[in-house]
Structures are given as C-alpha cells and as structure tokens.
Write a protein that binds this ligand. Sequence first.
Ligand code: IDP
Ligand code: MG
Length: 142
Amino acid sequence: MEQTLLIVKPDGVKRGLVGEVIRRWEQAGFQLIGLKFELSTKEKASQHYAEHISKPFFQELVNFLTSYPIVLICFQGEGVIEKSRAIIGATNPLNAAPNTIRGEFGSSIQCNVIHGSDSADSAKRELALWFKADELINYKSS
Ligand code: IDP
Ligand code: MG
C-alpha cells in the first residue's frame, strides 16, 4: 500500500494548523500509520532537503525547518502521494488554489505550512529518514 510523508512545518505548528492538516487527510479516507512531534537537527533537515543543497535558499530553509517543532505524519492509501500534493497545493501560496492548504494558509514561498513527498522514491527515502520501521504501525482499518 502506498505511503507518504507529510510534515507540518514550523509556521503550521505555530499557527495551530496540525489538527486541520490531519483532518483533511482523514476526511479524504487515508489511514494514519505514523505520527510524531520533533525539533529537527540541522543535519536531519539538510538530509531531508538534500535535493535543494545547491539552491540559494537552502541554508535559510534548513534554519526555518529547525526553528520550531514540527509534526511528522505518515498516511497510507491508494494514490496517497499524488492526492496529498493536490490537497497541499502549489509551492508558492500565491499560485496555490484557494481550497488547498497552502492556498488557504500559506504566507510565503518558504512559510507554506506543509511538506508532502513528491514521488514514491522520495516518500520511501523521507519516511526512512524520519521514522524507524517500528514507528509505522500496520493495522486493519475499520
Ligand atoms: P515543495 O515543498 O512544493 O515540494 P520544493 O521546490 O521541493 O517545493 O521546495 C521545498 C521547500 O523549499 C518549499 O516547500 C519551500 O518551503 C522552500 N522553497 C522553495 N522555493 C523557495 C524559494 O524560492 N525561496 C525560499 N524558499 C523556497
Ligand atoms: Mg519538494
């Protein structure tokens, strides 16, 4: 079954949007299989955003992600990776549709509330970075 990693970023936690994020995925019928609250190290944040290491915003992005606690979430379900990107919206909130998380709550291209894996390979890599195998719980949904 397909799995994805969501991160409620520092701005989302600061503004009390954790429940709103989880609600949307629950309502879309996805199964919650992993959840944790963490203050990330610079090293982990750098690994998470490794694909952006050469971008001019990289250091600022790592500083941002480690500036405040974050919530790491794994949801599972058919098509969850692509569907999550749709619920999240475009990277820049100015370009995100009004009914998406970023369209509704994002305040800048950096402070866009949430991260979602962009492919099956990214999801696998990111989930392995943030969750130990026994922190993702397999259970039959009712
Ligand atoms: P995504 O989160 O929609 O996948 P990416 O291009 O992978 O977008 O960028 C990762 C994160 O880096 C974004 O969510 C945003 O927080 C930050 N970011 C992207 N582009 C910029 C920029 O031009 N300036 C500052 N931060 C940026
Ligand atoms: Mg990305």
